[in-house]
Design a protein around this ligand. Sequence first.
Ligand code: GPW
Length: 831
Amino acid sequence: VEASIPEPQRAAWTKHEFSGFQNKEEFEREVVRHVETTLARSIYNCDESAAYSASSLAFRDRLVQGWNKTQQRQTFTDSKRIYYLSLEFLMGRALDNAMLNLGAKEVAKEGLAELGFRIEDIVGQEHDAALGNGGLGRLAACFLDSMATLNYPAWGYGLRYRYGIFKQEIIDGYQVEVPDYWLDFNPWEFPRHDVTVDIQFYGQVRKSQDENGKTVAIWEGGETVTAVAYDVPTPGYDTPSTNNLRLWSSKAASGEFDFQKFNSGDYESSVADQQRAETISAVLYPNDNLDRGKELRIKQQYFWVAASLYDIVRRFKKSKRSWNEFPDQVAIQLNDTHPTLAIVELQRILIDVEGLEWDEAWNIVTSTFGYTNHTVLPEALEKWPVGLIQHLLPRHLQIIYDINLFFLQSVEKRFPEDRDILRRVSIIEESQPKMVRMAYLAVVGSHKVNGVAELHSDLIQTTIFKDFVTIFGEDKFTNVTNGITPRRWLHQANPRLSELIASKTGGYEFLKDLTLLNKLELFVDDKTFRKEWAEIKFANKVRLAKYIKSTLNVNVNPAALFDVQVKRIHEYKRQQLNIFGVIHRYLTLKAMSPEERKKQQPRVSIFGGKAAPGYWMAKQIIHLINNVGGVVNQDPDIGDLLKVIFLEDYNVSKAEMIIPASDLSEHISTAGTEASGTSNMKFVLNGGLIIGTCDGANIEITREIGQENIFLFGTLSEDVEDLRHMHTYGEHPIDPNLAKVFDAIQGGMFGEPNDFNAMISAVRDHGDYYLVSDDFQSYIDTHKMVDTEYQNQEEWISKCIRSVARMGFFSSDRCINEYAEGIWNIEPLAV
Ligand code: GPW
């Protein structure tokens, strides 16, 4: 229902100037007001949690003003909008980010201090918004920050999960999952109970004639679930632009709550209907880089996509433009294949609801969508059984078959002599059971397809989408190397480093133009600058050491080399290579004389990351890391020379503390498996060096910072296939140093001798798919080089500074500008 205030009454609205707060006093007044009214508490019972709530509400009030204005501006100018569809948004904390983006952190800090609080403690009260698994979800969050900062008219669309990614506890060395119920108090979302969409599932399709005698499809019956919008304002840095992230929550459709049942005493089954509807948005699937093909997952996908498209189409129709202008007004980006049904849904709306002809509709659809691929791992490529889609979305399956038919006909016409190509590129895999290949559907239904780093984009064009490059031509395929927002990942996570950089580069401009970091090269040899640089790194390490002491009761020496690997646990990311390397180091130290040991570089090996609850091998890796820590950390021969730490429940806010404290971080995936990686960029930007394989964005980081500033090792991606072939059909003696590590484990040095047989067998007996043995020696050798180079602190610091100076390319601002120009054809909106 549209309602707006008529002209004569508008004066009464506009005469009230509401400005939120402009200074410390006004901030304090707003905090106190929220404590005493909104929260109904007082000076006598305002704890840190209440102070967090009130501060958030004060900032929220300010955010909302910019947000409303941004939305009004977008509506009035009727400019093209970009819609970013992602099943994950790993936002982390909002208060600190809002303070910084609004440029009011100092005001808040002083105001809170006067009210008796330390800002760190207040910020630390916030529960992470953890609606994502890892890199893919965090990328979406960085993109929202950049799109707002660059003043693009952008919306994010996602699901409002009641439970985000589980909380990880480590009990006796094992991962235990605890539900993440995060919505108890969430001041950052605005329920829009008036913005709802009814979503249909199941039912049947009937053919009918319309008034002109045209055959039309009618999808009827089945069940309906209602989507309710929840809006989250996402502010840009140093701009009034505040974009909207709209998250859908499911509830029973109003007709669905069966009062008949209710009144006749069948209360339970009426509540069960209610709960079934709410189940759709109840929980985030906790898998990273894995498709498990669960029915509820595709229900989530359709529910979210259908609600979002209804919303987008509704907004477009207000402009009363003709349909062929749709792609001039709307760009939709698919974050991986999870939202691919949007292609089918838009085609359905255009032909079944709006009455367009197939070809005209399909032109609109393909001009509207862009698809980003984030993986080549076969187990992560989504496929859905035809039968399941037939049952759940019968009309969509017909449309998928028609899309495929027209596509294959065009392919057959162009390649009549290729007997096999139709089978290879068909959207329907002719297997038992038949499957819908979502990546192929996404390629066919989009005008641009991109990978997320150069190597990855090359790989998809030569492997999984090779035939499609032949069919559609090279121009359809492109690369947009990932980026990270320097606001959160430098300014917020590492305020002291940010301040030091600002003092040398001419203020905080570099946060909006990260290439300005190159000015730091002038100061590489500046003694006081270098000293401050080193002090900041040390202080960050001290902070992490305190955290380790308080959570794990292990003393680590902040002067030791901090060697960090934090990311989802996955065999392709090879935490097993890292922990085997740590064991090798331990065995080597044990074999040394006390004199020799004294010459060794002390190290702290820090791990963190969640394993998918059903990923048994990943859980074994966590268990081994914890067991190794249990032995090494107690060993009096070893002392500070080696400590092994597993940090529980790695998430965005912990990343903000861990990353600035790293000297060296590990990005050691089997070459060709990590599409990009983004934490590699975060670590280097915070003055840490990295050890890594020639994979994903590591390659471009090397190009930018120089190969003398990175520790690369291991097999190249072009050699992986041959090596795997050798493992299966030829000789492949295991690396002798790795064999000693296995002997130590199976000799019971780190717990039950047989506990880790499967991990060892995967390498020794089952083809070593991830090339752990092949890369082991070069990994060990490269770590030796690290030790040597770390001893020369002056040279090490120079490398860190030069690296940071050359990281400008990896801002998500650069990345978003590339999408805007090359894929979305969209301009920023002047403010
Ligand atoms: F399998 N990524 C992720 F491609 O975090 F869908 N989760 C996922 O499920 C997938 C990809 C998917 C990551 C990539 O592994 C990482 O290399 C990349 O940097 C990140 O997506 C953002 O592009």
